[in-house]
Design a protein around this ligand. Structure first.
Ligand SMILES: N[C@@H](CCC(=O)N[C@@H](CS)C(=O)NCC(=O)O)C(=O)O
Length: 198
């Protein structure tokens, strides 16, 4: 049984979405997190090494960090077809875009949000102005990151772009809009909002 360590309206909400997509039994364990205003503390019940959410436990086996959790779950529930497996043609782009999510896209948005200029050629990531067009090019080839196939990676990207598309952090774009709508209109996302507990 999967346990999701969760706090409402955070990066763990999208894992309710993902677990709803899988349709497997899971429980949500609400934990507290440190807040942006400096309040709060690391919750000792949360197995993430920095008390961040999401983290999961699979009958005691802990996985933390969003991209790792996505990969773990798609391999663990391989029959659900939500991620290409070893030996499948799309495995390479799947791994690449999962790593890109945490290694490039998140740092790009967070740097811009914090008004930190990304030092070209030095940081391991690029700025939003370079990252988003890369995604637009990708999405011009198909409705999802892997082309015709919806995968768990779209849960990460779709929910992230849903959060930022209406903000000054990125320019509005029709392809991104259509992509985000495809992802957030899925019934599992609507169920996740109801279960979020916010
Ligand atoms: N790199 C982590 C980021 C997780 C993260 O920063 N989560 C926020 C909530 S959206 C959090 O737990 N913040 C509390 C803290 O940093 O102590 C991941 O992608 O899973």
């Amino acid at each position: 049984m999967i346990t999701l360590f969760h706090h409402p309206k955070t990066r763990s909400t999208r894992f309710i979405f993902l677990l709803e997509e899988f349709g497997v039994p899971y429980e949500i364990r609400r934990v507290e997190v440190r807040k942006r205003d400096g309040s709060g503390a690391v919750d000792p019940r949360n197995p993430h090494p920095h008390g961040k959410v999401p983290a999961i436990s699979d009958d005691g086996t802990v996985v933390f960090e969003s991209s790792a959790i996505v990969l773990y779950l798609t391999d663990r529930f391989a029959d659900r077809g939500l991620g290409p497996l070893v030996g499948e043609l799309d495995r390479a782009p799947y791994l690449s875009w999962l790593a890109y999510y945490s290694g490039v896209l998140e740092p790009a948005f967070v740097s811009k949000f914090l008004k930190v200029a990304v030092p070209r050629g030095t940081a391991g990531w690029v700025d939003v102005e370079e990252a988003v067009p890369t995604l637009i090019t990708l999405l011009s080839r198909g409705p999802y990151l892997l082309g015709e196939r919806f995968s768990a990676a779209d849960v990460l990207y779709g929910t992230t772009l849903a959060m930022f598309r209406d903000t000054p952090l990125m320019e509005r774009n029709a392809l991104i809009d259509a992509y985000v709508d495809r992802v957030v209109n899925r019934p599992a996302f609507q169920r996740a909002l109801a279960l979020d507990g916010a």
